[in-house]
Design a protein around this ligand. Structure first.
Ligand code: FAD
Length: 397
């Protein structure tokens, strides 16, 4: 009988892995993808929806391509539990699916409970995260539209590591661009738990000073303790309370819930999933591979969609090789590019190449690879939108 690979999560990591197991096995391996959402909504480019220059439909892709073009069996459900001994996944709506190899890519779990009152404030829609793209992305845009001119939008950033290091700073730029165009007396407060801007720092700071002077204010060392949704307050461990009309609180993050429940989050106080970087096989369970934001990253590897897509290909190749009894690629390579829009057109990027170093069993940045934009420019704005079209096609079409 045919080997079966089950993939949990149809995001950047899981969708890519599902497609590439089909392609690399010449369609000989069955692939079942478990994903609760009807369509894929991209986090990359979702800040443009918040800024108002793009619509949610432009960042949404259906799962029909994976099913029709590649023969992936898409099951619209949540994986409720995994028995890694018996090699069976149980679905939330009942029923089980057995696997020869399991690939787990559930993204991050947002730890609302780490901040007092946040769980309820988020559930009621008062304080949004919009760090998983979809309905909250649209709701945050509506809050900004409803805010009177002269109001304050505050975004809080958790300590590293979190999903998408430059993402919060890009969002600050997008909201500032909207305010500058439509509500010029309004302010953007960036309240960062980290000691400094963690990605493209000099570039972002220059944009805030030159393009958004008087609109964006950056404050480091602001670790959130609690929120008071009624009075619109954010309370910090050390610093003074901040009042804002639109509060966008990003809680600390950890490996997706199903990865924790399956016992795969075995490092950094059970926060992230340890993997063998050559194959992305879990260090906690055999025949289970973990990819994307849920893993314990190697030094200088960001939690990004581009990276999750690259993990997906390395894991797919390893799984197909192992099932066929072939040698596994001894030296996988990963690439990364993260583009950030500073307004509706101008973009800055950071890029890097990471190679697996067998002697140290980790990924290392290739010396001289990658780099940074010299300054925001429109050409990279074109590249960025095309990057998105390409990675959506690579993962889902
Ligand atoms: P996801 O893409 O989140 O996919 C996880 C999937 O798993 C989801 O579809 C979810 O529904 C599903 N799932 C979860 N639990 C279960 C379960 N129990 N059963 C079944 N399915 C489940 N990255 C870039 O490379 N470039 C960018 O420009 C960029 N910009 C960003 C901007 C923002 C505002 C944000 C928030 C992120 C950005 N990122 C960017 C980061 C990128 O979105 C993530 O790194 C990427 O989504 C990680 O992929 P993943 O597969 O780990 O998780």
């Amino acid at each position: 009988s045919r080997a079966q690979v089950v993939v949990i999560g149809g995001g950047y990591g899981g969708a890519t892995a599902a497609k590439y197991v089909r392609l690399l096995s010449d369609h000989k391996v069955n692939v079942v993808l478990i994903e609760p959402n009807e369509a894929f909504v991209s986090c990359p480019m979702s800040n443009l929806v918040i800024g108002g220059s793009r619509q949610i439909a432009e960042i949404t892709t259906p799962y029909t391509g994976l099913a029709r073009t590649h023969g992936v069996q898409v099951v619209r459900d949540m994986a409720a539990s995994v028995d890694t001994q018996r090699k069976v996944v149980t679905l939330a709506r009942g029923g089980t699916i057995g696997y020869d190899k399991l690939i787990v890519s559930p993204g991050v779990d947002l730890q609302f409970g780490a901040i007092e009152n946040l769980q309820a404030a988020n559930a009621s829609g008062r304080i949004l995260q919009a760090w998983k793209a979809g309905s909250e992305t649209v709701a945050l845009r509506r809050q900004l539209e409803a805010m009177p001119d002269g109001g304050v939008y505050a975004i809080t950033i958790p300590e590293q590591p979190y999903r998408c290091p430059p993402g919060p700073y890009e969002r600050a730029c997008q909201v500032a661009w909207y305010f500058k165009t439509a509500k010029p007396r309004s302010k953007v407060l960036v309240l960062d738990a980290n000691p400094d801007v963690t990605s493209k720092g000099a570039l972002f700071k220059k944009v805030w000073a030159e393009q958004y002077g008087g609109i964006v204010e950056y404050r480091p060392q602001h670790k959130v303790l609690a929120v008071d949704p009624r009075d619109g307050l954010i309370k910090f461990e050390v610093q003074e309370d901040v009042k804002a009309q639109v509060l966008n609180v990003l809680p600390p993050m950890r490996a997706g819930t199903i990865a924790q429940q399956a016992g795969l989050s075995n490092v950094a106080n059970n926060r992230w999933c340890g993997v063998d970087y050559q194959t992305f096989e879990s260090t906690a369970a055999r025949d289970v591979h973990v990819i994307g934001d849920s893993i314990q990253i190697a030094p200088a590897m960001p939690k990004s969609g581009h990276m999750a897509n690259a993990h997906g290909k390395v894991a797919a190749a390893a799984v197909v090789a192992q099932l066929a009894g072939w040698a596994v690629n001894p030296a996988p390579m990963l690439t990364n590019t993260c583009y950030s829009y500073v307004d509706n057109r101008n973009v800055i990027h950071v890029a890097s190449v990471h190679e697996y170093v067998a002697a140290e069993k980790t990924f290392k940045t290739v010396a001289g690879s990658g780099g940074l934009s010299p300054a925001p420019n429109e050409t990279e704005g074109v590249y960025a939108w095309n990057w998105a079209q390409n990675i959506w096609a690579d993962s889902l079409a």
